[in-house]
Design a protein around this ligand. Structure first.
Ligand SMILES: NC(=O)c1nn(CC2CCNCC2)c2c1CCc1cnc(N=C3C=CCC=C3)nc1-2
Length: 314
């Protein structure tokens, strides 16, 4: 009998044929991870472009990374928000796993910062607001990104952000009663845990460096670094070598360039706080509502950012 294509229920609960590699024409490589390659691909039947993350099964097993792959898939499957890359399909063949993700065609925020030198206040306000809105959604799902940086903030064709790369994210709580889905150990909601992962030097928070604990507010620290970098062109903590950067972070050794606006400075100073519970936007400091009310965000309409026309990047 002819082989029937296996099918499964999609998000909307309708039957969906399982995709297979032959359904796509693979093009250029757009990203390389330690155990994944991201390839631009076109679906033959729809002509739609996707970013397909291809993972080698043997390599994942050899490097004992299966738990990270499961975590990334479970995080991506939970995420259904305009400011995150979307996971459409997953399938596998004998040697590889395939994650079919939305393609953010306008590339990385980092490229625009480097091309323009820095963003003006209006563009910084808009895109910082999109990142805040994205973090509010992510933390609301009990997920920490843990490696937020301008390279992982992409733009779609409409120039709205698409946050990506959840290979190093952490699920602090699932919908069940605080059970941590990765290894089944019980983690009370909001409680922190020992972790092996450390983010990218310039954006890693002091607590991850000293106690290896992941907090929701570790992403707020990264937000502070990103806002500083949007307005000044460079991240606040810099150095020739990682240990020099780490030293400056743990000693909160950074300064503002001439002309940095006082309102923006006040916001960055409220995010780059050594104690995680002291950062504007964390629960202990009034949560995201308090952060969204900061004077720097005056005039932002938080209700429909993804529907607004982004300011022209100048
Ligand atoms: N690791 C990933 O999941 C991933 N990696 N990339 C490419 C990386 C390139 C370096 N900076 C971080 C992203 C992607 C994804 C998800 C899905 C995804 C969707 N669209 C793009 N688009 C790009 C367009 C131009 C240049 C780079 C990426 N890229 C990705």
């Amino acid at each position: 009998a002819e082989e029937t294509t296996p099918s499964k229920l999609n998000r909307a609960g309708s039957l969906q044929a399982k995709r297979k590699p032959e359904d796509f024409i693979f093009g250029k490589v757009i990203g390389e991870g330690s155990f994944s390659t991201v390839i631009l691909a076109k679906e033959v039947s729809t002509d739609k472009q996707y970013a397909i993350k291809v993972l080698d099964k043997q390599h994942i097993i050899r490097e004992n990374k299966a738990q990270y792959v499961h975590r990334e898939k479970s995080v991506l499957s939970k995420l259904n928000h305009p400011f995150f890359v979307k996971l459409y399909y997953t399938f596998q063949d004998k040697d590889r796993l395939y994650f079919v993700l939305s393609y953010a065609g306008r590339g990385e925020l980092l490229d625009y910062i480097q091309k323009l030198g820095s963003f003006d206040e209006n563009c910084t306000r808009f895109y910082a607001a999109e990142v805040v809105s994205a973090l509010e959604h992510l933390h609301g799902l009990g997920i920490i990104h843990r490696d937020l940086k301008p390279e992982n903030i992409l733009f779609n064709e409409q120039m709205h952000i698409q946050i990506t790369d959840f290979g190093s994210s952490k699920i602090l709580k699932t919908d069940q009663l605080g059970e941590d889905s990765q290894d089944g150990s019980q983690v009370a909601p909001g409680q922190k845990r020992k972790n092996s992962f450390v983010g990218t030097a310039q954006y890693v928070s002091p607590e991850v460096l000293t106690s290896k604990k992941a907090y929701y507010s570790s992403d707020l620290w990264a937000l502070g670094c990103i806002i500083y970098q949007l307005l000044s062109g460079l991240p606040p903590f810099r150095g020739g070598h990682e240990y020099q950067i780490f030293q400056k972070i743990t000693k909160l050794e950074y300064e503002f360039p001439e002309g940095f606006s006082p309102t923006a400075r006040d916001l960055v100073e409220k995010l780059l706080v050594l104690e995680p519970e002291g950062r504007l936007g964390c629960e202990e400091m009034g949560g995201f509502d308090k952060l969204k009310k900061h004077p720097f965000f005056e005039g932002v309409d938080w209700s429909n950012l993804s529907k607004q026309k982004p300011p022209q990047l100048v």
